[in-house]
Design a protein around this ligand. Structure first.
Ligand SMILES: Nc1ncnc2c1ncn2[C@@H]1O[C@H](COP(=O)(O)OP(=O)(O)OP(=O)(O)O)[C@@H](O)[C@H]1O
Ligand SMILES: Cc1ncc(CO)c(N)n1
Length: 270
């Protein structure tokens, strides 16, 4: 029987489609992986910011997780928005029953700056989830929370990636440089060596959900058997081209549109 790669996202929602579960499923589909999803929080948001949030009870999150693991194969999974300690704890317990590479996108704030995690619970990401990851993909502010320092230079990024692996127990760490100036470079530390992934910085404000798209793409490539550095390399290309081909939707920071990679889809919108 033809093998299909099945990927799972455990995250919050974005009705405007640019981030969260919606962005993850679109990315999985675009990369020809069968996408599944467990919702942690229902978020009312759009490109201008977060309006309201409804967190699901942790027992309902566990029920969704069991509905997946009792019936469906999972070749790779990612987490996005996990708002509190109780959610982190049940997801951590469930992960003990799952044999698949786990990519953590340690979502803390939306592009608009609105918080997506209880500030006092941020530290529990390190306790319950980071040690179970194959890869953590923090942006600059998230890296500063994880390692407890200021990240201003590329040397700071590399040092932080090593701390996340060696001190916090992540399988690997990809520190993303989108929030710095200059070239859009990310550093991967895999426990043995550093890998650098660079693209030119594209003059676009359409970066809402860029991190979600990037981590979902890495997850899809891992589910298809790509080694980690190769999966990151291909996902970097995917997210860079998605930003390049994005179009202005919404009044705020537009979505990183990855559909445009299919020229025929993009051209019909012109
Ligand atoms: N203007 C840009 N041009 C090219 N690449 C970019 C640009 N902005 C971000 N990137 C790249 O996009 C990826 C996501 O990085 P970023 O740090 O923005 O993630 P993020 O803040 O988690 O995203 P979000 O929270 O909006 O989902 C990284 O590879 C980064 O280098
Ligand atoms: C649900 C959700 N996850 C992640 C992000 C980060 O972009 C967002 N804005 N919303």
């Amino acid at each position: 029987m033809r093998q299909v790669s099945c990927t799972l996202t455990i995250a919050g929602t974005d009705p405007s489609g640019g981030a969260g579960i919606q962005a993850d499923l679109k990315t999985f589909q675009e990369l020809k992986s069968y996408g599944m999803s467990v919702v942690t929080s229902v978020v009312s948001q759009n490109t201008t910011g977060v309006k309201d949030v409804h967190h699901l009870p942790e027992n309902f999150i566990m029920s969704q997780l069991k509905a997946i693991s009792e019936d469906m194969p999972v070749q790779a999974l990612k987490t996005g928005m996990i708002a509190n300690k109780k959610m982190m704890k049940v997801i951590s317990e469930w992960l003990d029953e799952v044999d698949a590479p786990y990519v953590m996108d340690p979502v803390m704030v939306a592009q608009s700056g609105d918080p997506l995690i209880e500030k006092e619970d941020q530290r529990y990401l390190k306790k319950y989830l980071v040690p179970k990851t194959a890869l953590v993909t923090p942006n600059i502010p998230e890296t500063e929370v994880l390692v407890g320092g200021i990240i201003e230079t590329e040397a700071d990024m590399r040092e932080a990636a090593e701390v996340i692996v060696k001190d916090l127990g992540a399988g690997a760490a990809l520190v993303k440089g989108g929030h710095l100036n200059g070239r859009a470079v990310d550093f991967l530390y895999d426990g043995q060596r550093f890998h650098e992934f660079e693209s030119e910085r594209i003059d676009s404000s359409n970066t809402h959900g860029t991190g979600c798209t990037y981590s979902a793409a890495i997850t899809a490539y891992l589910s298809q058997g790509h080694a980690l550095p190769q999966a990151v390399k291909e996902a970097k290309h995917f997210v860079t081209e998605a930003i390049r081909h994005s179009f202005d939707l919404g009044k705020g920071s537009g979505p990183t549109n990855h559909f445009a990679l299919r020229e025929e889809v993009f051209n019909q919108w012109l």
